[in-house]
Design a binder for this molecule. Structure first.
Ligand code: NAP
Length: 500
């Protein structure tokens, strides 16, 4: 009777370390860990002890006898992801945390940003005796994207707040919320005040869609809509017109799927979630019946992950349609998880229409051309695409002449990824929109020299990819560098210039 990893998997790998028989993969030291959509349990090796259940911060692991109907697909997915070619290991490698030398005075560390990466970093630091951590955030509330990014109906994922609450109550932890580093306090002032500063500022804005008409009212970004329905204090007044029967989302990552699902969900089903009241009221008045999610390339390049597809496809109340003009070929996948994703997509595509329900259309090989409208968005002009190498080693989307059409819509959302924002006084690479770094140490430029006492973690370190739990291993790397530098005497003694 194996346990099963389900949709909410956050990939922080706490379960891997809790498992006594090493049946959860990929482990952080296996090559596919960084690219896995989710972890999975080898059903043959699982001894059903349940140790992983308590370790998982998001309630994603369930005994197979207790799977809800919409989770049943994950039983087979766990089994199929288990490779018979995987070398057996006696147990998961637990990355060693560097120990702080015994003779040091209290090490005072500032963490800038209060999202998942910040809190995992604080947790790693507070495992050492004699460390104090002060977490700064521009907003008056903490938890970053775990609060303002996770969809309100993903209640399991939102349970990670309990883990963060446990981190916050540790001795030595303190918040300074409502403080904008770079404005209210400078990076130089922080560097003078603390032994070390860890930048965990995430990716605070969107990648621009960059097509004509994108600034029309009713054309905005999916992440702004996410912030709107998640009660982000800066986005309560966001203009989100829901008075047309179609909305179009450009890009098909997990953010696009989240927004499409919320727009297509009966508001009564959302009433007991954390959704902002203003958004719930707007959704009650919504006329949206169809959300079209555009992927400029093919199904084999879809950015949404397997567990999110499975979760959406299992929704009885939503008619999920697939428009893949060149078909779906699981043989085109270059990994086991992508093959499973394509097989699942093909099964969805073959399902009969579920009439009378709100519809989400996953439309492939369709690129945006222009948001059309006079005083507000009235639709999106799109073009069919062909695939061809783009010269950078990637397969690109090439517009096919003569295939342009306009999709009438009252809401057009770009969902083409997040982008990091520069903190004044801190090095920044505008190409990757990250702080240049090596093993978590900030560099004064790409490939440059280490900036003593400055560290970086999370999306502002590695770009806007991965899940909440991906920040755990990322934080361990950065904190190890910080502690090694402290032990080597490479951190300058703080020189406070005023009161704390
Ligand atoms: P993403 O996964 O990077 O997806 C971006 C999408 O935008 C891709 O489909 C990409 O297509 C498309 N795109 C980029 N530029 C475009 C352009 N100019 N025109 C048309 N399409 C364009 O971004 P995301 O959805 O914002 O997600 C960010 C990260 O957060 C991901 O790692 C995601 O898994 C994670 N996340 C996870 C969850 C969850 O687990 N539930 C929820 C939300 C976010 P191409 O591939 O063709 O470039």
């Amino acid at each position: 009777m194996p346990h099963v990893v389900t949709q909410a998997c956050c990939a922080d790998a706490s379960c891997v370390h809790a498992c006594p028989v090493n049946c959860i993969h990929p482990t952080p030291d296996e090559p596919d860990f960084s690219t896995a959509d989710m972890l999975y349990i080898d059903p043959v090796s699982c001894v059903d002890c349940g140790a992983c259940v308590g370790a998982c911060p998001v309630g994603a692991i369930v005994p197979h006898t207790e799977l809800a109907p919409e989770q049943q697909d994950f039983l087979q997915i766990n089994a199929e992801l288990t490779g018979d070619d995987r070398p057996s290991r006696p147990q998961a490698r637990v990355p060693t945390l560097v120990r702080l030398g015994p003779t040091r005075r209290t090490l005072r560390v500032a963490v800038v940003g209060a999202g998942p990466a910040a809190l995992y970093a604080a947790d790693e630091l507070l495992r050492q005796p004699g460390v104090e951590v002060t977490v700064f955030d521009r907003l008056p509330v903490a938890h970053g994207l775990a609060r303002h990014g996770v969809a309100p109906d993903h209640t399991s994922t939102r349970a990670v707040a309990d883990l963060f609450a446990a981190i916050e109550t540790q001795p030595g932890f303190r918040y300074r919320l409502g403080v904008d580093v770079g404005t209210d306090v400078t990076a130089a002032e922080l560097a003078a005040e603390y032994d070390a500063v860890v930048y965990a500022t995430g990716a605070g804005t969107d990648r621009p869609l960059g097509i004509p008409g994108v600034d029309l009212p009713g054309s905005t970004s999916a992440t702004r809509v996410v912030a709107w329905y998640n009660d982000h204090p800066d986005h309560a007044d966001e203009y989100v017109p829901l008075d047309h029967e179609r909305a179009v989302i450009v890009g098909n990552g997990n953010v696009a799927l989240d927004v499409a699902r919320i727009l297509a969900t009966d508001p009564d089903r959302l009433a007991d979630t954390s959704i902002a009241r203003h958004a719930l009221e707007a959704l009650r008045r919504s006329r949206v019946r169809e959300v079209v999610v555009l992927g400029r390339r093919g199904p084999e390049h879809a950015a949404f992950t397997l567990p999110e597809l499975v979760g959406l496809a299992a929704r009885e109340d939503i008619d999920l349609r697939v428009d893949a003009p060149a078909g779906i070929d699981p043989g085109a996948a270059d990994s086991r998880q992508d093959r499973l994703k394509l097989e699942h997509l093909a099964r969805v595509a073959a399902r009969p229409e579920r009439s009378g329900r709100r519809r989400i259309v996953l439309r492939f090989r369709t690129a945006p051309v222009e948001v059309v409208g006079t005083v507000r968005a009235e639709g999106l002009r799109v073009v069919r695409t062909d695939l061809a190498p783009d010269g950078s080693g990637r397969v690109g989307a090439v517009p096919r002449a003569g295939t342009e059409e306009t999709l009438p819509a009252g809401l057009v959302l770009g969902s083409v990824g997040y982008r990091g924002v520069e903190v004044p006084g801190v090095p920044f690479d505008p190409v990757t929109a990250t702080i240049p770094s090596r093993e978590g140490r900030v560099l004064d430029g790409v490939g440059g020299r280490v900036v003593p006492g400055a560290y970086v973690v999370g999306w502002i370190k590695r770009g806007p990819r991965g899940f909440i739990g991906s920040n755990k291993t990322c934080a361990r790397e950065t904190v190890n560098s910080l502690l090694a530098d402290a032990n080597a005497g490479l951190l300058a003694t703080p020189t406070p210039s005023g009161t704390r």
